[in-house]
Write a protein of this length. Structure first.
Lengths: 341, 341
DNA sequence: ATGAAAGCGCTAACAG
DNA sequence: CTGTTAGCGCTTTCAT
């Protein structure tokens, strides 16, 4: 059983070596005011000599501050989340905060457990994905008065602050794009709607737009939200003779599978089939053809989220919900509907 | 100035409500042995009623344990690192450890600063990328007796444990693959060799293999290690009439740019040009053509790293260097050299 | 400008 | 099996 730190030296040693009191050492390492420059130097010298690093546990205990923010997301292994975390981490770092990450797949129970673990670790703020969480968890968070931001979607009505996109409108936009190109028969490939609210909202936007155009028979295939699952789903969807001319995917990772599978089935994109995604990952510009998708600036969302949390913690500012812009990016994977589907 | 926790309740309150001593409460929340079941239940009930969550700072202070591991990597926004972290996080979670992530680009000074921040946060173990670090930093880590693992490369000779791939041999392997296909003129597109040791090692492997085949005039282009930079580099490399038939990229993110740019320049892959990557990201199987690359199982590396660290911390086991297997994946982007380059 | 001393909430002997 | 008590290393009044 290894002690976390062994060659440890505390304020005490530093104080002794510098010939001052522990209070002075503490002052030097905090708001350096009220310390004579030469005293300060003596302390710093002693500290360096002893390799002194303040003990965060003791610090946290007395100040009741941990300078850590927690985040629980489905996975890190998805460009969209990776970029998001990357941005959060960098913004937090500008003010000395650390980020503790935890993943939970799309399992609500797991999410709750992970949050509890983070709570035990003393986080001062929490970032969650989406707006559907265990009510008991939300109660606990409220009881602890822990700042929380729900991300990836924007919902001004939600009782907790949300920072994210207007998934509904974007769903409508991408459907409209296809309708404008003359498509009348559609298939939707989505992630698990029951587990992911923003997926459900995207689908709803698509369906509503189609509905308004008098189309109400779009088929929906659901699958897990990862590359392999997308490939498998694509195989199933694309084998039979196509009875649709447009395939809308609620996520690029799913569209990737379609792009891979279509040529194998002899289906040409976009001549025979238009395909669209959601997220606009890097590769969407590279694939052949390029993938029409909705660009969701997750980096911007991360910055905003981190900033909001820190402003709340340090200045008590309320965390306001925030709409992050997103927009359609049209590429080669979508085009005019073939004359004879 | 928001207190981190406000509706707080400590062992004391719980003890009083449950009609026991603080020691008993502590026992219940730790090694539940030596506590009568009904006492235990009373305590748990009281705790639940009060929304009690143990204060981690106090806990860490008395036990001298933080149950957190720190990692400093260049970026999270790269599939390779994202997958790596994802795996680490999940493995750590199995034993109640948290992961604090920090990014530093490819800047050694920044790396040192970030590590110091993590040190201040009380991490019990540290994960770094590569094996080139500020000597002073390494001294500090040694002085604090902090377990460290250097990842992404394997080097049995290195004074600190390394867990990663044999980049050199893989560099040789991919060059050999191309040589076997009759290629005799090469161009290498690499990330910054001065900043990234494993990149340098990969390049060295390639060069050595070519050298052994009597080829010593391979040109090398260096660029930043991200998608945009890869695109730009590809534009420069591919404009002039090609004086090489194989383009080896030291990373898939770079190869992605090449795959995007080649068709724009009217260059057909692999008929006119063979392209290879390194990492085998998801999209490598999807792109058109698929990208020949070296598969580096970053998830496996993450698991091994996390496991080694925890075993060291809890059982004092030495952290042994570990070679993670990697292998060549041949796809459509590489083929026989065109007869007339 | 500096020092002395009182805890922060918890765990871990040590008693009983 | 349970209670009492002494710190863990630090910050922070309150004196000086």
């Amino acid at each position: 059983m290894n002690k976390a730190v062994s060659g440890q030296s505390g304020v005490r040693q530093v104080a002794k070596l510098a010939g001052v009191s522990v209070a002075t050492v503490s002052r030097v390492f905090n708001q350096a005011s009220n310390v004579r420059p030469d005293t300060r130097d003596k302390v710093m010298a002693a500290a360096k000599q002893l390799n002194y690093v303040p003990n965060s546990a003791a610090r946290s205990l007395t100040m009741n501050r941990s300078y850590t923010i927690g985040i629980v997301i489905p996975t890190i292994d998805n460009s969209i989340f990776a970029r998001f975390i990357d941005a959060i981490e960098q913004t937090l770092a500008t003010r000395g905060y650390g980020l503790i990450v935890a993943t939970c797949g799309f399992d609500r129970h797991c999410e709750s457990r992970r949050v509890e673990e983070l709570l035990k670790m003393g986080i001062e703020g929490l970032i969650l994905s989406g707006a559907e969480h265990d009510p008991e968890l939300l109660d606990l968070i409220a009881a602890r008065n822990l700042p929380l931001v729900c991300t990836s979607l924007f919902d001004a009505e939600y009782p907790w602050p949300t920072i994210g996109y207007d998934n509904y409108t974007m769903g409508k936009a991408i459907a409209r794009h296809l309708l404008d190109h003359g498509h009348r028969t559609f298939h939707i490939l989505s992630g698990p709607q029951a587990l992911i609210d923003r997926t459900r909202i995207r689908v709803q936007g698509i369906l509503d737009e189609l509905q308004e155009a008098g189309i109400s028979d779009a088929a929906i295939s659901e699958t897990e939200l990862n590359f392999a699952a997308g490939c498998e789903a694509a195989q199933n969807i694309l084998t039979a003779p196509l009875n649709f001319t447009a395939l809308l995917c609620t996520s690029d990772v799913l569209a990737m599978g379609v792009l891979l599978e279509a040529p194998r089935q002899g289906i040409r994109i976009p001549q025979q089939l238009s395909v669209t995604g959601f997220d606009d990952q890097d590769w969407a510009a590279v694939s052949n053809p390029g993938l029409t998708s909705v660009h969701t600036p997750s980096r911007r969302m991360g910055d905003a989220t981190a900033q909001a949390l820190m402003d709340n913690i340090e200045q008590g500012l309320p965390v306001d919900s925030q709409l992050i812009d997103s927009h359609l990016v049209i590429r080669g994977s979508s085009g005019p509907a073939p004359s004879a589907p």
